[in-house]
Design a protein around this ligand. Structure first.
Ligand code: HEC
Ligand code: HEC
Ligand code: HEC
Ligand code: HEC
Ligand code: HEC
Length: 212
């Protein structure tokens, strides 16, 4: 008499066959969704000076490139040197305690130690200039920085995020004069033009385009 049905005999084999695959899939999913980049959306470290983009880029309307002046030309976007702050703060709010570290930096010639927020790993490479030349606005990748009293990472900067746009950039392109206009909205003509521009672009989707 059989106590267990016959198929039970096959179970260990079946388990052995299925489990490694299942395990790899689970590990893969966990790795993918819980990899640091997903957690870093919203990453907003405390900065040494209470500098506000909402005040400077939003309310005062200073163009991003006044401070991030290498963003269109050099591989890395710069964070402004203290001199740029002093262009105004040698006259404005000269005795504000909130600017004490900025004045100290200026006097001692030691840069303010801003904490870096956005970073992709060394095995992948990203350069701003071709994106800006193609008409991708800052807001597509950094969100409404002009509304942020403290900068927080807005997008996950994952590989799939890069590729989503590379496969279909047209809806994310704008006229070049508008790359720093955070509240810009496209007209129908802008959409038609963007589709035409996208036609002439070749954002890489092959591995060596971003990994060298
Ligand atoms: C008056 C100078 C100034 C202007 C104008 C300005 N920024 Fe900044 N930006 C800074 C400083 C200083 C930091 C470093 C401190 C911080 O993160 O708040 C910074 C940091 C950033 C960062 C985070 C860098 C990192 O570490 O990852 C981004 C992104 C950024 N700015 C985008 C913009 C955009 C987009 C605009 C235009 C809407 C803009 N900034 C306008 C001074 C400026
Ligand atoms: C184009 C002029 C300009 C530049 C450049 C500029 N600021 Fe300002 N900043 C201002 C003005 C104007 C105010 C606000 C004054 C007010 O509240 O009446 C201000 C306010 C501030 C405050 C708040 C001070 C307080 O007591 O409320 C801080 C902190 C500050 N700025 C930091 C910086 C830093 C850091 C930089 C360089 C990365 C910088 N600013 C560059 C014009 C500028
Ligand atoms: C296509 C997406 C994209 C666009 C458009 C874009 N950025 Fe970035 N930005 C990134 C990525 C990705 C990083 C991280 C780069 C790295 O780790 O090398 C970054 C980093 C930065 C940093 C920090 C640089 C550092 O090394 O500390 C600043 C500042 C910055 N961006 C400013 C801007 C400004 C200003 C604009 C618009 C003029 C802009 N970005 C447009 C994706 C973008
Ligand atoms: C919102 C759209 C968008 C996002 C997001 C984006 N890209 Fe791009 N990328 C483009 C476009 C458009 C081009 C333009 C290509 C051209 O000029 O033909 C481009 C070009 C490139 C190039 C080729 C540059 C060259 O020298 O020609 C690299 C490398 C690249 N992107 C890497 C990245 C990486 C890495 C990320 C993610 C961290 C990313 N991109 C995110 C739109 C995007
Ligand atoms: C548009 C740019 C781009 C292209 C094309 C691209 N990658 Fe990536 N890849 C990235 C970025 C950015 C990261 C880092 C993502 C992160 O930190 O989450 C990455 C990460 C990776 C990782 C590491 C995963 C991890 O969790 O760190 C591997 C492996 C990888 N890519 C393989 C590939 C292969 C294979 C291809 C070709 C089929 C490819 N990539 C094409 C941008 C790209």
């Amino acid at each position: 008499m059989q106590i267990f049905p016959r198929w039970v005999n096959k179970t260990p084999l079946l388990l052995a066959a299925v489990t490694p695959v299942g395990l790899v899939a689970v590990v893969g999913i966990v790795w993918y969704y819980f990899s640091p980049k997903y957690k870093e959306v919203g990453y907003a470290p405390k900065q040494p000076v209470a500098y506000s983009h909402k005040l400077h880029a939003g309310d005062l309307g200073i163009d991003c490139r006044y401070c991030h002046f290498t963003v269109e030309t050099s591989p890395r976007a710069n964070v402004p040197p203290t001199q740029v702050c002093m262009n105004c703060h040698a006259q404005v709010k000269t005795d504000s305690p909130l600017l004490e570290k900025v004045r100290q930096s200026f006097e001692t010639d030691k840069p303010v130690e801003w904490v870096r927020i956005h970073k992709i790993p060394d095995h992948a490479q990203f350069v701003h200039s071709p994106h800006l030349k193609a008409g991708v606005g800052c807001v597509e990748c950094h969100g409404r920085v002009d509304q942020m009293p403290v900068v927080a990472q807005d997008k996950e900067l994952s590989m799939s995020w890069c590729l989503d746009c590379h496969r279909d950039p047209a809806p994310r392109l704008r006229p070049k004069e508008m790359i720093t206009k955070m509240d810009w909205q496209p007209s129908d003509t802008d959409r038609t033009n963007a589709a035409a521009v996208a036609h002439g672009l070749q954002p890489p989707t092959h591995c060596s385009g971003c990994h060298r």
